[in-house]
Design a protein around this ligand. Structure first.
Ligand SMILES: Cc1ncc(COP(=O)(O)O)c(C=O)c1O
Length: 366
């Protein structure tokens, strides 16, 4: 039985009637932009994250650019960012006027460390973007101890936890994406910025609405970047289920461990005191193409996400001269995402593990 890479239908299916009822309510209210649903979601999501504020924006990429600008990042500044991430993490920086400075990751966690960040600091570093990649929680406190403010890119980490708090509440500000495949999904594009800082929150609110507080005076060149009422209504149905879904993702990771996957490939390592809600379950092997063939044969989902890391993408050439990132290269050439969802069963994890076992053991014998 083929195991899909994601399974959003099984997760969201049981909520179908509730989604449709809430969508109908919004349609009947005739309020579509910055109305009661967005305001309520912002309160509920802030409470969930453990921050004073959550501000809805149009998507996770805008959330990054807007949060950086609200943190005072601009022309002449440097922002340290990992190269092993989704392209948007770095793409969000040049529109602020600042320059991305690429840093390395620990390939065992796929996240930045205080040491990889320290090596990339420059006299112009204004902020560090710590990406909680694949839902794994990056060591934000250790990075802030270097004396630089951290923006958390938590696009993939809704539902993860740590002893210091949830992603989004660990740095100066955090950003989220609610893209349909994310841990907390809506039915289109959506995003949010979280923070405890009153002034930063106010600047984010202005920047998402053309740089204005009141539609009369325009204090900044901002954006039209709002979360809309329909998406907020959908997110309000989904949010109460996020913890159970995250437990399901952790349970799925446990199924893989119990099936013996860790004897065959490298499993992602979580930092002590953290409980990642694995957005993607990404393993490593020296020959991921061998795994890919075995999984494809059995029609199990699999995907290499970032084979070409961001600093090697053509658009980033101006920022990538003489950048050397050995951990990133290892992660880029060896990673492979295998099926993960809140409903992935022990049988499904075994089927995927056995497909991998057949080729890994054959390879080690050969
Ligand atoms: C790590 C990371 N950052 C930023 C983004 C951008 O989010 P969005 O697609 O909502 O713009 C994503 C989305 O895929 C992501 O995975």
């Amino acid at each position: 039985m083929p195991v899909p890479l994601f399974d959003t239908a099984s997760t969201l299916g049981p909520l179908r009637d509730e989604f449709l009822a809430r969508i109908r309510d919004v349609v009947e209210s005739s309020k579509f932009i910055l109305g009661p649903e967005v305001a309520a979601f912002e309160r509920e999501f802030a409470a969930y994250c453990g921050t004073r504020y959550a501000i809805g924006v149009a998507n996770g990429t805008d959330a990054l650019t807007i949060a950086l600008r609200a943190m005072g990042v601009g022309r002449g500044d440097d922002v340290v960012v990992p190269s092993f991430s989704f392209y948007a993490s770095a793409e969000a920086i040049p529109p602020t006027g600042a320059r991305p400075v690429f840093c390395d990751i620990d390939p065992d966690t796929f996240c930045v460390t205080a040491e990889t960040v320290r090596r990339a600091l420059t006299p112009r570093t204004k902020a560090v973007m710590a990406v909680h990649l694949f839902g794994n929680v990056a060591p934000v406190g250790e990075i802030e101890a270097l004396g630089v403010p951290v923006l958390e890119d938590a696009a993939q980490a809704a539902g993860s936890t740590s002893m210091q708090g949830r992603p989004g509440a660990l740095g100066r500000a955090g950003t989220f994406s609610f893209f349909p495949s994310k841990n907390l999904p809506c039915f289109g594009d959506g995003g949010a910025v979280t923070t405890d800082d009153d002034e930063l929150a106010e600047r984010v609110r202005m920047l998402r609405f053309h740089g204005s507080r009141d539609k009369v005076s325009y204090e900044h060149v901002g954006y039209n970047s709002r979360l809309d009422e329909l998406q907020a209504a959908i997110l309000r149905v989904a949010l109460p289920h996020l913890d159970a879904w995250s437990d399901g993702r952790r349970e799925a990771a446990g199924h893989y461990e119990r099936a013996g996957l860790g004897e065959l490939v490298r499993l992602p390592r979580a930092l002590p005191g953290t409980a990642p809600a694995w957005h993607l379950f990404v393993i490593r092997h020296e020959h991921p193409d061998v795994l890919t063939r075995a999984l494809a044969e059995q029609e199990h989902g699999h995907r290499a996400y970032y084979r070409v890391p961001i600093h090697l993408q053509p658009a980033m050439a101006p920022y990538a001269e003489s950048v050397e990132l050995p951990g990133t290269e290892v992660a880029a050439s060896t990673h492979l995402a295998i099926p993960m969802s809140p409903v992935l069963s022990a049988e499904q994890a075994s089927a995927v593990t056995e497909a991998i076992r057949s080729v890994v053991q054959a390879e080690s014998v050969a």
